[in-house]
Write a protein that binds this ligand. Structure first.
Ligand SMILES: CC(C)(COP(=O)(O)OP(=O)(O)OC[C@H]1O[C@@H](n2cnc3c(N)ncnc32)[C@H](O)[C@@H]1OP(=O)(O)O)[C@@H](O)C(=O)NCCC(=O)NCCS
Length: 159
């Protein structure tokens, strides 16, 4: 497994992450373009969002994860976006990004939520392998005819 260097996103990383999103069929289906992804990521950075990037051996950005500490129900962590560059998928970079996000959240919140498209079977398998449990579905939430599956992972036992 290649060990990625995971660090906070900087403005200079935005173009690589926006290109990654614009090139991914999943996000194309949601209407994401290079321009809209650039705008969203830049706005996130300006507002102090926690976005981590995975850097490869030559300093290239291979993926990113965006997390919001109390982004679910003003109580739990929420991961709105995670993505790995197509050429780098299947090398556990996503796993390292997800773990880094969970490590960031663990001392702050008891659990983490995320949404996954019902048709995105690869990502569902990825999340389930990492302990996420499907707890519901929101039909027609973002795209007509597509349900957003709600996934939850406990980070600490109930107290
Ligand atoms: C989902 C994603 C972040 C996982 O990152 P990754 O670095 O490929 O993941 P890992 O190497 O740690 O784990 C591999 C697992 O990811 C999943 N996966 C999803 N898409 C994949 C792809 N194109 N290639 C390889 N694995 C993929 C599979 O479950 C795979 O496990 P498998 O060996 O059983 O097929 C990444 O594939 C990706 O960016 N996909 C497109 C965007 C996306 O779906 N984001 C999630 C939105 S809810």
């Amino acid at each position: 497994m290649q060990r990625a260097n995971i660090r906070p996103m900087e403005q200079s990383d935005v173009a690589a992450c926006a290109a990654l999103m614009a090139d991914t069929p999943l996000w194309q289906r949601y209407g994401v373009t290079f321009a809209s992804a650039t705008e969203r990521l830049s706005a996130g950075l300006r507002s102090g969002a926690v976005i981590l990037v995975a850097e490869g051996p030559r300093g290239e950005v291979q993926g990113f994860v965006w997390l919001v500490v109390r982004g679910a129900f003003d109580r739990s962590g929420y991961i709105p976006l995670i993505g790995v560059d197509e050429a780098s998928r299947g090398q556990k970079i996503g796993q390292q990004l997800l773990r880094a996000a969970e490590d960031h959240l663990r001392s702050l919140v008891a659990d983490v939520f995320l949404l996954c498209s019902d048709f995105n079977l690869d990502a569902q398998r990825f999340y389930e392998r990492h302990g996420y449990v499907k707890v519901g579905a929101i039909p027609d939430y973002v795209l007509p005819g597509v349900a957003e599956l709600i996934y939850r992972k406990r980070l600490s036992p109930m107290h």
